[in-house]
Design a protein around this ligand. Sequence first.
Ligand code: NDP
Length: 448
Amino acid sequence: MTQQKIDPNTFMSQLKERTPGEDAFHQAVSEVIPDLVPVVNDTPEFRDAAILERLVEPDRTITFRVEWRDDHNVPHVNRGHRVQFNAAIGPYKGGLRFEPSVNTSILKFLGFEQTFKNALTGLPMGGGKGGADFDPTGRSEAEIMRFCQSFMVELHRHIGPDVDIPAGDINVGPQEIGWMFGAYRRITNQFEGVLTGKGLSFGGSQLRTEATGYGVVQFLCHMLAEQGDRIDGKTIAISGAGNVATFAAELAIETGGTVVTLSDSKGVIHDKAGLTQDKIDWVRDRKSRAGASLEAYAETFDATWHEGKAPWDIPCDVALPCATQNELGRAGAKSLIDNGCKAIVEGANMPTTADAKQAIHEAGILYAPGKAANAGGVAVSGLEINQNRQRRHQSRAELAEALKAIMQDIHDTCAEAGQGKAGIDYARGAHIAGFRKVAQAMYAAGVG
Ligand code: NDP
């Protein structure tokens, strides 16, 4: 029996009723629903198999207690999670985030996005995300290590090289991955590729650190090329000063752009002359110190510091939001548009609010969603999984070629699926292309 056609508004209100208070998750789903409903309504087998209804329900959400002792022997309790969202096309794959704001809603939004992103890479990876409401700020290395070990005491039951392969995310870098990998090995007595983002001496991949930021700029270059344009001579505003932002800045400069901003949670630096590799190295060194802000950049180099501000009021041709979710609101988008910005490419996950997106769409500016543009990191993670399975290391040159090919392919896939009368809608293209792949696999696997 063919199911009734789906109405997007009814679908969203039912989802909100079933998942009260999960605002970030609702936002992530509401971004894709308008693009997916027409596809589902035109595909009776997807409707019959309730693909959309099943797609918004994670396979499972695991929540657990993480207990650890600080340096004064005082016990603490945090809440850990792993959201295993969808494994239709491969084992769950997605990062771990340690931040006080981590909760089920944020991890469901990230796991949902990850499902589309991983499908777009062309690699066999399902979507997942995890983390804890642990704040590493001000904690000693020993405290963070004990936290990571305790986190793995529970997480190890739920992951495995053919089940779920977590990676890093905010506040979870190679060091934390190393501690978690060490704990996993001691608990299970298995040396296997169960985490990605590992150190090179124990199964990590070349280029993983750079891959997300580099991929963002490669995606931007393909978008510009599609319009007969180039990055050379473009003024680029980047937010964030972490992994994604600094590597995006690095490649943007190398390919001829002028990067005039970086930012952190305290403010933004405006460097009219443009960042250089030396300045980026300075930023990395500065930000490696817990709690350090970018403010001192302005005194060290000839730049200005704007306390409490984001980069969006600063005139630019291209904006790359690379810090965090919902960092680019409607006012920021209006400023970018008024100042003649031509392209916005998301390095962070869901950095643009719904109303900002609406303004960008109406202005007809090129826009690429994070689920397509920041997929370079998880793509190289996928290649790390392959290297671990084959017990070999690929060279940096080989991986650089592979990353380039994947980013080109993601661009072309989104451009083709997003082609419309008004030009290319990359967000629609990413939603439809990612969805089709996952939906076909879910359909093939049957219901129940
Ligand atoms: P990092 O922790 O390395 O850097 C995050 C940066 O964002 C820091 O400079 C931080 O500043 C800044 N920041 C955080 N909150 C705010 C805020 N409210 N306003 C302004 N700046 C802020 O993270 P990543 O670079 O790894 O990740 C950034 C984003 O990219 C996240 O959304 C992440 O999920 C996404 N992403 C990351 C991937 C990766 O490979 N790393 C892959 C795909 C997506 P401060 O130092 O002051 O805290």
